[in-house]
Design a binder for this molecule. Structure first.
Ligand code: FES
Ligand code: FE2
Length: 380
C-alpha cells in the first residue's frame, strides 16, 4: 500500500514535469511567433521612401476627389498637384486599379508622370528607373538591385462611381504620415436610376476653402447669377441640421420666380434648396420643386494656396435626354464664370469678413467643423 502511494507520487511528479515542459514549449512557441511577427512588421517598416513624410503628412488626412476615372490611363501617368506636392496617377494594367505615387524620381528628381508605363511599372523618362507601386523594381545596368526596398511614397486611392478619391497624407509604402477614418460622401442621386448626370471641372486661381464657401452661400445667388430669382431673393424659412461631425445641411424655402426653371417646368410656386457640406471637399446644392430635382455636387481641392480644381456633377430627374446636356453645361459654365468674377475680387486678407448673419449659417458651420477636425487631427 505504502509502495503504491510512492508510485502514485512519482507518477504525479512526472505528470507535473510534463505539464511544465508543455507550458515552456508553448511559451517558447509564442515568443518565437512574436519575434517573427515583430521582424515582419519591422522589415515592412524598413521600406525607405523619399521625399520624407514632412512633405505630405500635414495634408488633411481624408479622401479628396482628385479625378474621374476617364482622365486616368494605363499607358501614361498623369500629374496632379495637391497642395504644392506633385503626384503621378495611373491605371495598373494588371489589376485595372488606379494607383497614385509621388511624381518625384528618387534618382535625380525628374517628373515620373513624364515617363511611360512599361512592364506595368512607371518608367522614369530621365534614366529609365522602373517603379512598381512606387518601389524601385529595376535600375538599368544594375540587375542585382534589391527590389521592394526603396522608392517613392504611394498614396491611397478609392474608386467610387468612376470617381477617384485620394488620401494625400499617408504613404502606404513606408507607412508614414497621417490617417483619419471617415466615409466618403456619395449623393443618393448617384445610385438613383431616375437621375442623369453631367460632370466637369474648372481650374480656379483662388483658395479651395473660399470656393467651397461660395457654393455654401445662398444669398449671393440673386445678386451674382443671371438665373437668380430677383423677385424673392430672401428665403422665407431656413433650417440648419447637423448631419455628422464632418457634415451639415441647411434647407432654404423660397417662393419661385416667374421665369425660373422650377416655375416654367415644374409649375411650382415654392422651391426648396438643400445646401450641404461634407468635409473635406464636398458640397451639395439640391433644388426641389413639385417633384423635379436638380442637384449640383462640387468637390474642390487645393493645387496650392491660391489655386484649386473644382469638380462638379449636375444630376437631374427632368429633361433627361442627352440633347439637353449642352443646355445644362452652358448653365454650369455661366454660373461658374459669374462665381469666379466675384470671388476674384474678394480681398485676400478678409475672406472671412468681420460680421455675419443667420443667412451665413452653412459657411459658419463649415468653418467650425473644419476647425474641430484640425483639432482632432492634431490631438492624435
Ligand atoms: S532621374 Fe529618374 S531615373 Fe534618373
Ligand atoms: Fe454662385
Amino acid at each position: 500500500m505504502a509502495k503504491n502511494q510512492t508510485e502514485h507520487q512519482v507518477e504525479l511528479q512526472e505528470a507535473y514535469k510534463d505539464s511544465i515542459l508543455v507550458f515552456v514549449m508553448n511559451l517558447f512557441h509564442i515568443i518565437n511567433t512574436a519575434i517573427i511577427f515583430i521582424i515582419c512588421v519591422k522589415s515592412k517598416r524598413a521600406i525607405t521612401t523619399k521625399p520624407s513624410s514632412r512633405n505630405y503628412q500635414s495634408n488633411i488626412p481624408l479622401f479628396w476627389k482628385i479625378a474621374n476615372k476617364r482622365d486616368i490611363s494605363s499607358s501614361q501617368p498623369k500629374r496632379f498637384i495637391f497642395n504644392d506636392y506633385p503626384i503621378a496617377i495611373y491605371k495598373d494594367a494588371e489589376s485595372q486599379k488606379v494607383k497614385a505615387i509621388s511624381d518625384i524620381c528618387i534618382h535625380r528628381g525628374a517628373s515620373l508622370s513624364h515617363g511611360k508605363i512599361r512592364n506595368n511599372c512607371v518608367q522614369c523618362p530621365y534614366h529609365g528607373w522602373e517603379y512598381k507601386d512606387g518601389l524601385v523594381d529595376h535600375i538599368p545596368g544594375l540587375p542585382d538591385t534589391k527590389r521592394n526596398a526603396f522608392g517613392v511614397p504611394r498614396f491611397e486611392i478609392e474608386e467610387i462611381n468612376d470617381d477617384i478619391y485620394l488620401r494625400p497624407s499617408y504613404d502606404m509604402n513606408s507607412q508614414k504620415g497621417t490617417l483619419y477614418n471617415h466615409t466618403i460622401y456619395v449623393p443618393p442621386e448617384a445610385s438613383d436610376p431616375d437621375f442623369v448626370r453631367i460632370t466637369g471641372m474648372r481650374h480656379i486661381h483662388r483658395p479651395n476653402h473660399l470656393i467651397t464657401e461660395n457654393v455654401l452661400d445662398m444669398m449671393h445667388i440673386s445678386y451674382v447669377h443671371s438665373f437668380g430669382n430677383t423677385l424673392s431673393p430672401i428665403p422665407f424659412k431656413i433650417d440648419y441640421e447637423d448631419i455628422s461631425p464632418l457634415s451639415g445641411k441647411t434647407t432654404f424655402h423660397y417662393t419661385s420666380g416667374p421665369t425660373s426653371m422650377s416655375r416654367l417646368i415644374g409649375g411650382a410656386q415654392f422651391v426648396q434648396v438643400e445646401n450641404e457640406f461634407h468635409l473635406p471637399d464636398a458640397t451639395v446644392t439640391r433644388v426641389k420643386a413639385n417633384g423635379i430635382t436638380k442637384t449640383i455636387i462640387t468637390h474642390c481641392y487645393p493645387i496650392g494656396k491660391n489655386e484649386s480644381i473644382l469638380h462638379f456633377d449636375l444630376y437631374r430627374n427632368f429633361l433627361k435626354h442627352t440633347w439637353f446636356d449642352p443646355m445644362f453645361r452652358y448653365q454650369m459654365k455661366l454660373t461658374l464664370d459669374e462665381d469666379v468674377d466675384i470671388i476674384n475680387y474678394i480681398y485676400d486678407d478678409y475672406v472671412q469678413g468681420f460680421m455675419s448673419n443667420q443667412f451665413d449659417v452653412t459657411q459658419i458651420k463649415y468653418r467650425q467643423k473644419m476647425k474641430q477636425l484640425f483639432v482632432q487631427i492634431n490631438e492624435k
